[in-house]
Design a protein around this ligand. Sequence first.
Ligand code: C5P
Length: 225
Amino acid sequence: MKFGLILAAGRGERFGAPKQKSILGGHPMALWSILAFEQSPAVDIIVMVADEDSVEFFERQIRERNIDKVEAVVPGGAERINSLLAGLKVLPEQGFVAVHDAARPFVRADEVTAGFKMVTTKGSAIYALPVTDTIKCVKKNLIVQTVPRNGLYRAQTPQFFPLPILHQALHKAADDGFTGTDEASYVERLEEKIHILPGREENIKITFPQDIELAENLIASGACP
Ligand code: C5P
């Protein structure tokens, strides 16, 4: 079985409000990701993680759009790791999962399908893009050094894993007291191979209120689904 795990909880502190409900192109932002996973023929079941007080809101949105792969909307936690664990708790030990941030509304169904093809044939995989900016290490507002960017990538989501491996990685992280910022950072600690799938600049992460304007412009330009 292949599962989509959509993380859509959190207070949106940098955004100033729970961004997952803000309207983008006529839909609450988190619905864009749900629709991409619904449309991918590779996905069997979707589990969504939302804030406790948004669970009913999203259940209603999903019913109204006749989305039928969403099996559960579960309440998340204070930090992303808590939401990830809340979602994983309702997934089985076997099968494959794509973990995706609902803050990236422009993921495409064909990217979800391609990711599952990769994870089921070659193993764990994430979408990422090579760094093109010059990267500086800065302390107290002064440059310490320039970090060679050769081989540096920006991780995006979705990220694809065999479920036994992701479960094992999170157990190990709990034992070691380690918290990562994406799923791959947990799986890397098992020394598992993780393949890179070609990310897309348009698969932006909505972090600040001004990102909504950028996102609306991407929709208007036809660059996004
Ligand atoms: O806050 P940030 O933009 O880094 O969040 C990345 C993703 O993780 C978002 O899709 C957000 O909904 C999710 N998240 C979550 N639970 C939290 C914090 C963030 O599901 N407590």
